[in-house]
Design a protein around this ligand. Sequence first.
Ligand SMILES: C[S@@+](CC[C@H](N)C(=O)[O-])C[C@H]1O[C@@H](n2cnc3c(N)ncnc32)[C@H](O)[C@@H]1O
Length: 221
Amino acid sequence: MIRRVPAQRQSPDRKTVLFGKTICRLVAVAPWAWPLIASSVGRFFDRAADGWDERTDAGSAEHLATLASGLDALGLKPERVLDLGCGTGAGTLFLSREFPQASIRGVDLSDSMIEKARAKIGLDPEGRVSFRTGDASKLPFGDDSFDLVTQVNMPVFFRQITRVLRPGGGLILASSLGDRTPFSTPEKLVRRRLGSLGFDPIHSGSAGDGTWIAARLKETR
Ligand SMILES: C[S@@+](CC[C@H](N)C(=O)[O-])C[C@H]1O[C@@H](n2cnc3c(N)ncnc32)[C@H](O)[C@@H]1O
């Protein structure tokens, strides 16, 4: 079930938008610089975890609309799904409901976000859904581990995504406030990088206030 949209969603302030966009651009064009800022970004989100869902409407229909549209465009039935920068787990748990047979992993840099996400896991005797702290720049998974990688409002670590995604697998990059999303990367830059890494076709669209990009990794690299 997707939560109803509350009447008030706090818009990110200009400083946060500038901060997030600068980090996303840096990660996209100079990923080697990420270790210099990773711990500050982690601390920023540790501090932001309390009250995150209430402030950002994470888990609302509006917040998840982009992820849902990206899924429609790909039309996959994945068995292994990875949600990067899962935050408090709203997108990850949505994916677990969409794909009731799949195993779903949520990874986030922030321990505090992961703690909140874990608290939301209901009855799951088979351990189908799990959350762990981790850095998307050095993912603790083997090559070709996933059929689908998703992320909502998160910098893109292109090489790691390409490594853990199996050939033919799908990727969804969602920005729940479109161009106003603080942690978002310009579509032109994303398309260029995905094209050079062997993703084809690349789709994009909008849903609610947000935008999404969805792509398939070619069967042969
Ligand atoms: C803007 S929040 C979005 C959270 C969640 N996806 C949502 O939409 O509510 C970005 C999240 O990405 C996480 N993050 C940032 N850089 C990361 C990295 N390198 N690896 C894993 N998580 C990261 C942050 O800790 C934060 O929880």
